[in-house]
Design a protein around this ligand. Structure first.
Ligand code: ACO
Ligand code: HSE
Length: 360
């Protein structure tokens, strides 16, 4: 169940903007033990919520690698998102109406600074394992640099030290899709929603790749006419379905501002250089890369591993491309078990995983 943390003091963003306070929706599974040494902090990516047992069900949950019986597992909904934290649809106190287009962009560094207040509230002094993929990994790296003593282990997956020009171009193009929707300037929850559907379809191109589409989206849709030139192809209905699906659970404002947050990510900002920032990490680090990822390609994780002191790099094969970090539970589990030195768990984890896959 999502809980809410309210911070009621002034909070200064990197932009200089001052918020009178903020709130964070978060999920906490399990219990903090007496020694305070069983904390696992998970960072979600662009459109997920704060409950990793929903979207990382192969890694988090009863009898999984991260089992709430053993660990105190915390995940916070990113500021700007629509699953419980401060967001563009919340009331902007001075104006007494929702922020909408005036929502202040939280950089990834602002995000982890906000999480720091929740960490204090929860009585957490040390985090045994931090892990996150994509934009989640960006926040994890920021925090491991900002507070080098906080994490014992970190596992950044399919992520980077500074968002790339390629990634920013994808995000900017998605914002153009939203801005091009004639309803975007309106002040209501549905403003820009059709633009967001197109944006999500564009994003999918970067989350998968040529081969993913080639395998699963060959040919025409079964309801399509067979007249040459009049066919509707599977790849087309797939793109449409992905946009429609997101529009049922997200809004264009959150999508727009979270993409700005991702673009802001740069661990080197104000810290001399990216390389020296990465060298501040003290946690034992396993960087995981997905070979077929065209959005955060392996060269970015090779860079991380070459500057984070004594980091290990593991590259996994995946049919899915970037989204493999949300789907390749077995391969990820297989890497984490030896990294954390866990023994006697593998068969239990995979039995559980197989049951969950079959049930879906
Ligand atoms: C509140 C919350 O729900 S947050 C938790 C859920 N969301 C998240 O965690 C965000 C991160 N998750 C994701 O990005 C995705 O869910 C992923 C990457 C894990 C998986 O992606 P999916 O879209 O489920 O997988 P995939 O690419 O195989 O597409 C399957 C979907 O496309 C549909 N589909 C496949 N081919 C076609 C086609 N040719 N035409 C139309 N639809 C198609 C399938 O029917 C299926 O639809 P459904 O999801 O509505 O059942
Ligand atoms: N597919 C992911 C984004 C990829 O990083 C999401 O929707 O959160």
């Amino acid at each position: 169940m999502t809980k809410t943390f309210y911070y009621k003091d002034a909070f200064i963003l990197e932009s200089g903007e001052i918020l009178p306070g903020f709130h964070l929706g978060y999920t906490a599974l399990g219990t903090l033990n007496d020694k305070g040494d069983n904390v696992v902090w998970i960072f979600h990516a662009l459109t997920a919520n704060s409950d990793p047992s929903e979207w990382w069900y192969g890694l988090v949950g009863d009898q999984c690698l991260f089992d709430p019986q053993q660990y105190f597992i915390v995940c916070v909904n990113m500021p700007g998102s629509c699953y419980g934290s401060i967001s563009p649809l919340d009331i902007n106190v001075p104006g007494n109406e929702p922020y909408y287009h005036d929502f202040p962009t939280f950089t990834t560094r602002d995000m982890i600074r906000a999480y720091g207040h929740l960490k204090t509230e929860l009585g957490i002094h040390r985090i045994k394992v931090g892990l996150g993929g994509s934009m989640g990994g960006q926040q994890l790296l920021e925090w491991a640099i900002e507070e080098p003593g906080l994490f014992e282990h970190i596992i950044p997956i399919a992520t980077n030290a500074r968002h790339s020009p390629w990634g920013i171009a994808f995000n900017a193009t998605q914002r153009f899709c939203i801005e091009g929707d004639p309803t975007w300037k309106e002040k209501n929850e549905l403003a820009g929603i059709n633009g967001m559907k197109v944006a999500r379809a564009v994003a999918l191109l970067s989350y998968r790749n040529y081969y993913t589409y080639g395998t699963s989206q060959q040919g025409v849709h079964n309801l399509s006419a067979s007249t040459p030139g009049k066919e509707i192809y599977k790849a087309e209905t797939y793109q449409q379905h992905q946009g429609d699906k997101l529009a049922r659970r997200f809004n264009a404002f959150s999508y727009y501002f979270l993409s700005k947050s991702m673009d802001s990510h740069d661990v080197g900002r104000g810290r001399k250089s990216i390389e020296t920032a990465l060298q501040q990490v003290r946690a034992k680090t396993l960087v995981i890369s997905i070979q077929s990822d065209i959005l955060f390609p392996p060269v970015e994780q090779e860079f991380l591993a070459s500057y984070i002191p004594s980091a290990e790099l593991a590259i996994i094969d995946s049919h899915y491309g970037h989204d493999g970090f949300l789907l390749e539970f077995e391969k990820i589990t297989d890497l984490i078990i030896p990294f954390l030195g866990i023994t006697n768990i593998k068969s239990k984890v995979f039995t559980q995983l197989n049951e969950k896959h079959e049930a879906r």
